[in-house]
Write a protein that binds this ligand. Structure first.
Ligand code: FAD
Ligand code: MLT
Ligand code: ZN
Length: 470
């Protein structure tokens, strides 16, 4: 257990408003949204500044106390939850909420790690700019967590993931030293790209306390439409046409099966299927442009042709922001709706876009033969070759009995991913959930190189032990 004197010293650093040690205050930080991982800790520290984080890490380093960093606790692989033995402290970044600076002419924004993604989007909008990262948890997840997980979301197709949106970083290292890489330069070729080591490191290499992020011109025209197609192949063919028709101005291209639409409209209030008849697959398409008037005719032409030659069976275009929001609501309702439907074995995977139809077909056959009656909900960011290949329990089955098949199902689906040259984690990271799968799927030289980096930056193994690395 952690020495009480050490705990008192840590509380001194942050002051009475900077920590929780009552079980009732800490409880929400010790379980994640899906209830798959539960942990314990004697202390949740909530520093308000980088110097406080530095002093905490210095104290934990000398006392050999493991530290689990936490942002908004929306991570999906258990990376933010401490082990159940209570030997680590949790370090929450949610009180570090300074908007450090906005530079519209340099198209950058400098932020503390504890701002929510939504707050950064809003700050960009106030400067007549766009910060494009967008995901269902944006009101809760923190920028530090987005960086630590290299978050993706629905706009990766156009703007890239968190790694591609970041120019500078501030990190507190395991021994408390502050690594100041807070640059807004787009070109800085002075040695290794250290920031990229920490982006996606899931709290295992350092505590991210600040970042300089890219801003983009705010779109002057956005078109949102939903199209009914016969198959993932038809969706992928349509994506290629849409990119050509708009000159690469597709911002998001999401897919969902009939089963997902049924879950969303059954379990989630106010969500309705925009089509009169059921369709096997639906694609949600968003395009945006810097000058008004060009997109609509391009998309109208695209859809007219696709209806003509049968690639598309039906289409609905949003005529207002509310209608666009209603189309997105169907898509964003899928994660919570799956939870209401019962047990769901999750796979956040990627394969080349061109291989996605074959992957979905083969993986569906594998899932249904492994657990007869299991229902596949393969939805999400097909435009970036990433689907959430989630398998729901057979109707009426016992949730826990079904979830007991998690490892067998995951192994089988990951084998199909590997057969298509894909990745076993597209955007959510490894956390606790996929450490063993990483050992099976990452090549040994890559694993050795990661371990060498971990050894160099955290030789005492205090940063987020038991996560990411096998
Ligand atoms: P947490 O969950 O608190 O932590 C995540 C990991 O980062 C942990 O390993 C933690 O130790 C580490 N960490 C957190 N803060 C820091 C820090 N400051 N320094 C170092 N390490 C840190 N993710 C996507 O990529 N795309 C999606 O489309 C998407 N959609 C989602 C939809 C819903 C409804 C939900 C609930 C989640 C979704 N997610 C998605 C997953 C999740 O939102 C992201 O992984 C997000 O980036 C996590 O941010 P967070 O602040 O909640 O981090
Ligand atoms: C999403 O894209 O909605 C999430 O990343 C996946 C999920 O919630 O399962
Ligand atoms: Zn996603």
């Amino acid at each position: 257990m952690i020495d009480p004197g050490t705990l008192d010293a840590l509380k001194q650093i942050v002051g009475p408003n900077g920590y929780w040690d009552r079980p009732e205050d800490m409880a929400p930080r010790l379980v994640e949204g899906r209830g798959l991982y539960r942990g314990a800790t004697p202390l949740v520290l909530r520093p308000a500044s980088t110097p406080e984080v530095s002093r905490i890490m210095e104290a934990c380093h000398s006392a050999r106390v493991p530290v689990v960093p936490q942002g908004g606790n929306t991570g999906m692989v258990g990376g933010q939850i401490p082990s159940a033995d209570g030997t680590a402290i949790v370090l929450g970044l949610d009180r570090m909420t300074t908007l450090r600076s906005v530079d519209p002419l340099n198209n950058t924004i400098a932020v503390d790690a504890g701002l929510t993604l939504q707050q950064v989007q809003d700050a960009a909008r106030q400067a007549d700019r766009l910060f494009p990262l967008s995901l269902g948890a944006e009101g809760t997840c923190l920028i530090g967590g987005n960086l630590a997980t290299n978050a993706g979301g629905t706009a990766v197709l156009r703007y890239g993931n968190m790694r591609e949106l970041t120019l500078g970083l501030e990190v507190v290292l395991a021994d408390g030293r502050v690594l100041d890489l807070m640059t807004g330069l787009r070109k800085d070729n002075t040695g290794y790209d250290l920031k990229d080591l920490f982006i996606g490191s899931e709290g295992t290499l350092g505590i991210i306390t600040g970042a300089v992020l890219k801003l983009f011109p705010r779109p002057r025209e956005t078109e949102t439409l939903m199209v009914a197609v016969a198959s993932p192949q038809a969706a992928v063919d349509l994506l290629a046409r849409a990119q050509a028709a708009t000159g690469g101005q597709i911002t998001a291209f999401e897919i969902m099966p009939r089963f997902a639409v049924e879950l969303a409209t059954t379990h989630m209030d106010g969500v309705r299927d925009p089509f009169g008849a059921p369709h096997p697959w639906i694609a949600l398409i968003e395009a945006s442009s810097g000058h008004a008037g060009s997109l609509r005719p391009a998309l109208e032409g695209l859809i007219a042709l696709a209806l003509d030659d049968g690639l598309v069976r039906d289409a609905v275009r949003a005529e207002s922001l509310d209608q666009a929001a209603a189309l997105w609501a169907v898509r964003e309702a899928i994660p919570p709706a799956q939870k209401k439907e019962g047990g769901s074995i999750k796979h956040d995977v990627s394969v080349p876009v061109s291989a996605m139809p074959a992957f979905i077909g083969e993986a569906t056959t594998v899932a249904e033969s492994l657990i007869p009656g299991a229902r596949v909900c393969a939805f999400g960011h097909i435009g970036d070759g990433n689907v959430h290949f989630n398998v729901s329990q057979p109707a009426g089955a016992d949730r826990d009995e079904f979830l007991a098949h998690w490892d067998a199902m995951q192994t089988a689906i990951h084998a199909v991913v590997a057969a298509h040259g894909g990745a076993i984690s597209a955007e959510h990271g490894i956390g606790q959930m996929k450490r063993h799968a990483l050992a099976q799927h990452k090549n040994p030289v890559a694993l050795d190189t990661m371990k060498a980096i971990k050894q160099a930056l955290d030789p005492l193994g205090l940063l987020n032990p038991g996560k990411l690395l096998p």
